[in-house]
Design a protein around this ligand. Sequence first.
Ligand SMILES: [Zn+2]
Length: 266
Amino acid sequence: DVVAGIGGGSSHDLAKYIALKKGARLVQVPTILSSDASVTSAIGIREGWRARYIGHIEIDRILVDFSLIKQAPKELVRYGASDILSSHTAKYDLKIASSRHKERFDQSYYEKARDMLAKLAENRFEVRDVTDEGIKTIVELYLGYAEIAEKLRSDRAQEGSEHFFAYNVEYLTRRQYVHGKLLAVGILAMSYIQENEFDKILQLMRDMGLEARPSIVDLGKEDFSKAMMTLRAFTERGGYYYSVINEIELDRSISEELYKILSSTF
Ligand SMILES: [Zn+2]
């Protein structure tokens, strides 16, 4: 009567799904931290290469074995920070949406998300070096955001235009990615489009040992530009939240300029 999800993001989503179907208790054991799937209650699936959440499940226990996680490639753990950093662009999108009266804006959530990002920044070198403190920081912040998601009754706290970009890339290229890696590209790209502290986020990524060049996920100029130019249609079709994507025309010249900027930043 217990289902255990051992591994990375997709094994945790699979474990959630099986536990829900079987009515079993769920224990999650992350062996890497490349996404927050091990601590969140939402069950994510890819349907026709689109991300969708099909339900929620209560997690009985999360076992974090520091020595196990340290055996994983350091890079995979570092990129786990992306699912925290994503709140930088996601909360900006929420602000835009609420100013257009598309959604309610919760100031207390906004401040909490800001404080949590500050905590990540404080521990950025611990994250880079994948120390116990660094791993603890990532897991605790995942839990903090999961709590916000519970309160808001939505994943809006961490999912905005940066995730939509990542989902569109998955959809267009039909390839699988390390979530945190592809997301890092999306976060930096959207903070540029939003004119939202691009330099600060870039520096934070550098300090944590993260790169956000499109080439780290083998994304060439053509695929990158296509993902940007089709992004609005993709989010409208998929029924994703209102975001900066609805406000700015992402044409070929902006997309190619952005590709150049991201490619030369690291
Ligand atoms: Zn994510």
